[in-house]
Design a protein around this ligand. Structure first.
Ligand SMILES: Nc1ncnc2c1ncn2[C@@H]1O[C@H](COP(=O)(O)OP(=O)(O)OP(=O)(O)O)[C@@H](O)[C@H]1O
Ligand SMILES: [Mg+2]
Length: 316
């Protein structure tokens, strides 16, 4: 019993609990049933094809969309309106007040979070140092470059030092150096005990830096976890690229019949005599090589390696 009560409270303190979230725009069901719980001190990255509802989901969590949704959203165990200062939302389009200086934008953002002007300026200066944003705060935000605006948008959204940082495509417009810097910044925040939830299309970088991947598909969470688990789920632990010296239609049909879930082989691509397979294990490769021989196919191995997240994503 005590264990159960403890469990309830620890679950209750999760950065995000979203249960059966459904949301539609006028004529389109965007989120059909999203169930997602995130744990503290981790970087979660939501991926999904363009239009899969990533931004819509983040905006719902942050309370930016006023249109009604179904289901329950809790942030650190509370309704988001009762826990507004526990998270910061960095939207894809930073909401500066264009006619005001950067300094005044900082002061106003601070006031929105109930922070004094002095404190807001101190926090902004510190964050600008961490994100290597060397700008004159007397200027207007619209005078900044794209990458500078992105970093300023992040700073304005986390002046109140929230426990969870939610970012919608924060790497857009940043060059490699600044993307690296932002990943380091987010990793440092994780070390400080913050929870991060972000969206991005930069799959290679996500593979390197995120603790957990969430895939949105058809309005639902298709997958949540680490890359190894995703590879297993999709039977895609290896990529095997082969060029046959000749591939008659009858032999191709036999090979196609062999490539199925039971045998742990899938055909990802075929172009003339060039085939790319995904394999469940090394053992499966040995069996497939034997199959090539039985069918009478002569092969020329081009590649046998682990897949990257881009290739895995193509298969989802
Ligand atoms: N304000 C809106 N009114 C009507 N439909 C919208 C609105 N905003 C988004 N949509 C639609 O909802 C769907 C999901 O959009 P959303 O912006 O959440 O996708 P996304 O996964 O963030 O895409 P991307 O990777 O391109 O940013 C899309 O089909 C989009 O056209
Ligand atoms: Mg989006």
């Amino acid at each position: 019993m005590i264990g159960k009560i403890k469990n309830f409270f620890s679950r209750n303190d999760n950065p995000l609990v979203s249960k059966n979230i459904r949301f539609s725009y006028a004529d389109e069901d965007v989120l059909k049933d999203i169930n997602l719980v995130t744990k503290k001190n981790k970087i979660y990255s939501i991926i999904g094809k363009s239009g899969s509802g990533k931004s819509t989901f983040l905006k719902l969590i942050a309370g930016v969309i006023s249109k009604k949704h179904r289901g329950k959203i809790r942030i650190f165990g509370k309704h988001r309106f009762l826990n507004k200062n526990s998270f910061g939302f960095v939207s894809q389009e930073p909401g500066f007040i264009p006619d005001l200086s950067i300094e005044n934008n900082i002061k106003i953002s601070g006031l929105n979070y109930g922070i004094s002007e002095k404190k807001a300026l101190e926090r902004a200066k510190d964050l600008m140092g961490q994100l290597k944003l060397n700008i004159d705060i007397d200027r207007k935000p619209m005078d900044l470059s794209g990458g500078q605006k992105t970093r300023l948008g992040i700073i304005l959204s986390i002046l109140h030092d929230p426990r969870m940082i939610i970012l919608d495509e924060p790497f857009v417009g940043l060059d490699f150096k600044n993307r690296w810097l932002l990943w380091r910044f987010l990793e440092n925040k994780r070390k400080e005990g913050k929870s991060i939830l972000l969206t991005s299309h930069l799959l290679t970088e996500i593979q390197e830096h995120a603790d957990k991947i969430i895939i949105l598909k058809d309005g639902k969470v298709f997958f949540k976890g680490q890359l190894e688990k995703l590879k297993n789920k999709l039977n895609m632990n290896y990529i095997y690229e082969v060029r046959f010296s000749w591939l008659a239609q009858s032999k191709w049909e036999k090979l196609k019949n062999y490539c199925n879930k039971k045998n742990g082989v899938d055909i990802i691509e075929k172009y003339e005599k060039h085939c790319v397979f995904s394999l469940k294990s090394e053992e499966v490769k040995k069996k497939l090589d034997k199959k090539f021989k039985t069918i009478g196919l002569k092969d020329n191995i081009i590649n046998f390696r682990e897949p990257n997240l881009d290739e895995i994503f193509l298969k989802t």
